[in-house]
Design a protein around this ligand. Structure first.
Ligand SMILES: [Zn+2]
Length: 302
């Protein structure tokens, strides 16, 4: 995916002082500590207050890994995954509809997908009878979504100047782990969300059994294959950040466990991995140790 000229290969000139984070983006005050999780770009840092894990990559490395992901197909799921994605997200979006405090009776609920890429979630939202639109800074992916007939702002949400108290539901899937300063975006979302409206945030959970088992091998930590994953939340840091920004936490749920990536396992080993994942799935949900996190938040009504 990345070119041989990318800064990923310039690791030897990389020093800790280049690190993209010098403090916890959740707003905690304690200095960051090193973890034992060593990635190609340096060891992951940890905030001792909220447990947030943070990349120590350089700004140049981060910028380049983001740019590699501006392709027309965006993050559209394909094949069998497409159907599964549609079912899973459809369920989540239908549940969100029930949480809206004062739904309009004469028009469909307005949904904004922030970081909509090529429009996979917008399609699901349309099928769930939302009036769906998006914002996406990767312009080639945004063009694909627009070609499907969706209104998509081709840039960062903060530059779209959308009206106050406008949306019933805002979705932020696989975005927040890319952000250096997440407060800025969350405050903008709070402004444009209607009082009693719903914000859904989907991201990985770094305080998961998957991280306990796999450490640096968890593919979610791989900045190259994800276009700039740098900030890894857990239920505590997610609650702390969103409450500080003025949201009310409805629920934070996690699911799914992995113990080894498919590419690192023999065929026989992978069968064992699959069975183990099944066995661990339920207790992981109960104990908030799954690696897939969904935060459901609301804008207070007053
Ligand atoms: Zn923190």
């Amino acid at each position: 995916m990345h070119s041989p000229h990318s800064p990923h290969s310039a690791q030897s000139s990389h020093t800790p002082s280049d690190s993209i984070f010098d403090h916890c983006p959740v707003g905690c005050l304690s200095p960051l500590e090193d973890t034992s999780i060593a990635l190609a770009e340096g060891v992951l840092k940890k905030c001792p207050d909220c447990g947030q894990l943070l990349s120590s990559c350089s700004k140049a490395w981060f910028d380049e890994s983001m740019q590699e992901f501006d392709v027309p197909e965006g993050t559209l799921p394909s094949g069998r995954n497409k159907q599964r994605y549609h079912q899973r997200m459809g369920k989540i979006l239908n549940q969100a509809k029930l949480l809206i405090s004062s739904p309009s009776t004469d028009q469909p609920p307005r949904l904004l997908d922030v970081g909509c890429s090529s429009g996979a979630l917008l399609r699901v939202a349309k099928a769930c009878a939302y009036d769906a639109s998006g914002a996406e800074p990767a312009t080639k992916a945004a063009d694909t979504a627009r070609a499907l007939g969706f209104e998509v702002f081709p840039g960062f949400l903060q530059d779209a100047s959308l009206p106050d108290n406008h949306f019933d539901v805002i979705t932020l899937f696989e975005v927040i782990e890319h952000l250096l300063e997440p407060q800025e975006l969350l405050l903008e979302i709070l402004r444009i969300l209607k009082p009693g409206g719903v914000l859904l945030i989907g991201t990985g959970n770094a305080d998961s059994w998957t991280v306990d088992f796999m450490g640096a091998d968890w593919e979610y930590f791989d900045i190259r294959s994800h276009g700039g994953h740098i900030s890894f939340f857990n239920p505590k840091s997610m609650a702390r950040l969103t409450e500080q920004c003025g949201f009310k936490v409805e629920s934070i749920n996690t699911k799914r466990v992995n113990i080894r990536e498919r590419k690192n396992a023999s065929k026989a080993m992978y069968e064992v991995v699959k069975v183990t994942r099944e066995i661990l799935a339920m207790p992981a949900r109960w104990s908030d140790k799954g690696h897939d996190m969904l935060a459901t938040l609301k804008k207070p009504e007053q």
